[in-house]
Write a protein that binds this ligand. Sequence first.
Ligand SMILES: Nc1ncnc2c1ncn2[C@@H]1O[C@H](COP(=O)(O)OP(=O)(O)O)[C@@H](O)[C@H]1O
Ligand SMILES: O=P(O)(O)OC[C@H]1O[C@](O)(COP(=O)(O)O)[C@@H](O)[C@@H]1O
Length: 338
Amino acid sequence: MNAVVTLTPAPVLDRTYLAEGLTVGKVNRAYEVHEYMSGKGLNVARTLHLAKHPVSAVLPIGMQDQYLLFSTPFPQILRIMPVQGRVRVNTTVVERGGRTTNINQQAIPFSEEDWRNVVETTLEQVSDMNADWLVVSGMHPKMTDTGLPINLSELFARAREMGARVGLDTSGPELKHWGRSGEVNLIKPNADELASLVGHELTTLGDVIEAGRELISTGLEIALVSLGPDGAIAITADDVVWASAVAPEVINTTGAGDAFLAGFLSQVVTPESSAAGRESGTLPKLSPEAALTRGCSWGALAVSLPTTLISSFGDAPDAQLRQVDPDYVLMEKATVRY
Ligand SMILES: Nc1ncnc2c1ncn2[C@@H]1O[C@H](COP(=O)(O)OP(=O)(O)O)[C@@H](O)[C@H]1O
Ligand SMILES: O=P(O)(O)OC[C@H]1O[C@](O)(COP(=O)(O)O)[C@@H](O)[C@@H]1O
């Protein structure tokens, strides 16, 4: 069935200001403001749900903030875990012309008990949905008692024992740790995140491919590197595929990575390969090529909308693509295999 479970360990209230321009150190005025519940895993799940894909989003959110979800689209896909602490707020300023500035708040720490409940609920979802993927997205909170970041080893190992692949979309020290741990199947860094993961500058596509291959040698199955307007590249042990799609207009780049990952996940395992895998007790075969093209199209669509994919329209992403670009004429798609 190619079902996906997402876990967003640190959900967010996204506040987006649209302004003519942003001058640091001056008073800036917004001509439009949007506010909605978000977080990388939630964004991926909503986008997949719009595409009628089986998906469930685990969201640890304190009681005081659960009202924020009252008007959220698609409440049926949410698995809300009550935890201590308030939800964080991420602020985005989008200038005309598309330049985007983000200020992301630190994640609220987890108590030992809250984290344990989140792990168990997530695994229940993986099991109930017979999930092909568990995707953990966004910042990782620290634990209140130790001050150390959450430990995902048990969650990853048990999800994999259940036959799910594990995907991780994060940055900074968390990506450095888990990206090389051999405990996840997929990571989705952008070029800057990949450079800091491998510890050196990446100036050419060849550098990106080499960095991806280095990670594959540590036990990763697929490095999915997004390259902003230059599309994305998927690197596996025996395949390197690049694709891109042209955005009709660049309005707000926040959320492009999430839309891209949703598009990729929606196609990387076909229902047939998923079923065949279950029958033979092996992991389903991956089809990165079609998945990459779909991911780039959805990413390009996301940048052409003022907010994220889901809050602007209620249609499936491919229908939204046709509204933005009736014949897909502007979305010239290219896929190259290296
Ligand atoms: N300016 C753009 N034009 C067309 N597509 C874009 C543009 N920016 C992003 N995308 C698409 O969205 C994907 C994710 O964007 P990227 O900026 O790399 O991710 P992140 O938001 O995680 O940093 C890209 O791989 C690309 O397919
Ligand atoms: O958990 P983090 O790293 O603060 O990221 C969360 C932020 O990333 C987003 O999910 C957007 O991410 P992308 O631009 O990578 O798609 C925002 O909606 C959210 O505020």
